[in-house]
Design a protein around this ligand. Structure first.
Ligand SMILES: *Cc1c(COP(=O)(O)O)cnc(C)c1O
Length: 392
C-alpha cells in the first residue's frame, strides 16, 4: 500500500461503536473488575486509548517499534535525554533548535551531561568530538533555520561502530519526507506541533524507537515523568496526520518556488533551501529525503537586525510568528525570536546571520506567497511597531 492510503487506513475504526473517527477517551482512570484486572488501561498517564491510537500511528509512520506521544516536542526530547546518566556526553548539531540548546545547556549541564556542538554536516567533526563517554549523536536534518543537511546513513554507521545511539529530530522533514530509522537512527523525535499536527492548533511531541529495549526504557520514563499528551490533543494530532502527505507535498512545492524566486532578488544575500541544487547538502538531501519540506531561510544584503525587522513586519500573508509546518504561512526572525536564548556569537557561528529570515510555507497558492514577499520588499515599513502600540 502507498503512504497516502496507509495514512488514512492505519487509523483504526472504533471496534465497539464503529465510530470512524478515533473516540476521545476523556478520562483519567478506568474501572477494574478486580484489582489489576482491566481491559489494558488503568490510568491515563500510563496509557489512554486515544493516545495509544496516535502512538501506534507514529510507530507505523516512522517504521519503528513503538511511538510515544508527549505534551510538547521538548517534553519528548526531555524524555530521550533522561536515558543519559551524569558524566555522559552528547555530540550534537551546532545549529540545534533553540529550545533543545536551552534544555541541554542550561538544565542538563547541572546534572553532569556534557554536550559538544559541532557541524554535523562534516562527519569528521563528529568523529573528532566522540570520546569514550559519548552516548548520543544528536542530529537535526534539515536544521533550523539554515537547513543544513547531515548524512544520516553515514553517521548511523559511525554511531554503530562506536556503540553510540543516533537520535534524529525529524521535525523539519517529517516522516513523509525522511525516514531516519530506516537510515540507521535508533530514536526519532518530533515536535508534532509542526508538520504532524499541521494546523498551528496544538503543542505536541513524539518519540519513536527502533527496538524493543529502547521502547521499554522510554515507556518507563514517559510514565515516571508524566509529560504525556492529552486525549483531545492526541485526537487533534491524529486528525492532522491524516492529511500530512497532501500538506507536505504542497508546502514543499511552494517552498521550492519561493526559494528560486528569492535567489533572483537583489535585496537577498543567501537563500538556504535543500531543494536548491547549489545548496551544499543538496545531493545528500536527494538521497535521504523524498521531499524537501516547506521551510527555507534567507539573509539580506543589508545584514542587520533592523532591516530584517522591517521586512518581517511588512508581509501580509506570511504571518509573523514562531513555529512552522502549519497550513498558514509564517515567517520569523530567528535572531530575535526562536534563537533569542542562543548567545549571539554562538548563533552567528552556526550560520544564523543577524538578518536571517525564516519562512514556513503553508498550503496557499505559491504566486500569492511570492506576491506577498515582493510587496514587502517594495514597501518595507519604516516604523516598526512597539510594545506600546501593540498593546493598544
Ligand atoms: C519546535 C521544535 C522543537 C520543540 O517542540 P515544541 O513542540 O515547541 O516543544 C524541537 N525541535 C525542533 C526542530 C522544532 O522545530
Amino acid at each position: 500500500m502507498k503512504t497516502s492510503t496507509k495514512l488514512i487506513h492505519d487509523i483504526p475504526v472504533d471496534p465497539q461503536t464503529g465510530s470512524i473517527s478515533v473516540p476521545i477517551y476523556q478520562t483519567s482512570t478506568f474501572v477494574q473488575e478486580a484489582p489489576g484486572v482491566n481491559k489494558g488501561f488503568d490510568y491515563s498517564r500510563s496509557n489512554n486509548p486515544t493516545r495509544q491510537a496516535l502512538e501506534d500511528l507514529l510507530a507505523k509512520l516512522e517504521g519503528g517499534h513503538k511511538g510515544f506521544a508527549f505534551a510538547s516536542g521538548l517534553a519528548a526530547i526531555d524524555a530521550v535525554i533522561k536515558l543519559l546518566e551524569s558524566g555522559d556526553e552528547v555530540v550534537a548539531v551546532d545549529d540545534i533548535y533553540g529550545g533543545t540548546f536551552r534544555l541541554y545547556s542550561f538544565l542538563y549541564e547541572k546534572f553532569g551531561v556534557k554536550v559538544n556542538f559541532v557541524d554535523t554536516s562534516d562527519i569528521q567533526e563528529i568523529n573528532d568530538a566522540i570520546t569514550d563517554r559519548t552516548k548520543f549523536i544528536w542530529l537535526e536534518t534539515p536544521t533550523n533555520p539554515t537547513l543544513k543537511i547531515s548524512d544520516v546513513k553515514a553517521i548511523g554507521k559511525l554511531a554503530k561502530a562506536n556503540d553510540i545511539l543516533l537520535v534524529v529530530d525529524n521535525t523539519f522533514a517529517s516522516p513523509i519526507g525522511q525516514q531516519p530509522l530506516q537510515l540507521g537512527a535508533d530514536i526519532v523525535v518530533h515536535s508534532a506541533t509542526k508538520y504532524l499536527a499541521g494546523h498551528s492548533d496544538v503543542i505536541a511531541g513524539a518519540v519513536v524507537t527502533k527496538e524493543a529495549a529502547l521502547s521499554e526504557r522510554i515507556k518507563f520514563i514517559q510514565n515516571s515523568s508524566g509529560g504525556v499528551l492529552s486525549p483531545f490533543d492526541s485526537w487533534l494530532t491524529i486528525r492532522g496526520i491524516e492529511t500530512l502527505e497532501l500538506r507536505l507535498k504542497k508546502q514543499s512545492e511552494n517552498a521550492q518556488k519561493v526559494a528560486s524566486w528569492l535567489q533572483r532578488r537583489p535585496e537577498v544575500d543567501q537563500v538556504f533551501y535543500p531543494g536548491l541544487p547549489d545548496h551544499p547538502g543538496y545531493h545528500i538531501a536527494c538521497e535521504q529525503q523524498s521531499l524537501f519540506g516547506g521551510v527555507l531561510s534567507f539573509s539580506l544584503q543589508d545584514d542587520t537586525i533592523e532591516s530584517a525587522t522591517q521586512f518581517v513586519c511588512s508581509t501580509r500573508l506570511f504571518q509573523l510568528a514562531e513555529s512552522l509546518g502549519g497550513v498558514k504561512s509564517l515567517l520569523c526572525h530567528p535572531a530575535q525570536m526562536t534563537h533569542k536564548s542562543t548567545p549571539a556569537e554562538v548563533r552567528r557561528k552556526a550560520g544564523v546571520a543577524d538578518s536571517l529570515v525564516r519562512l514556513s510555507c503553508g498550503i496557499e497558492d505559491a504566486d500569492d506567497l511570492i506576491a506577498d514577499l515582493e510587496r514587502a520588499f517594495a514597501n518595507r515599513i519604516q516604523q516598526v511597531p512597539t510594545l506600546q502600540t501593540a498593546l493598544k
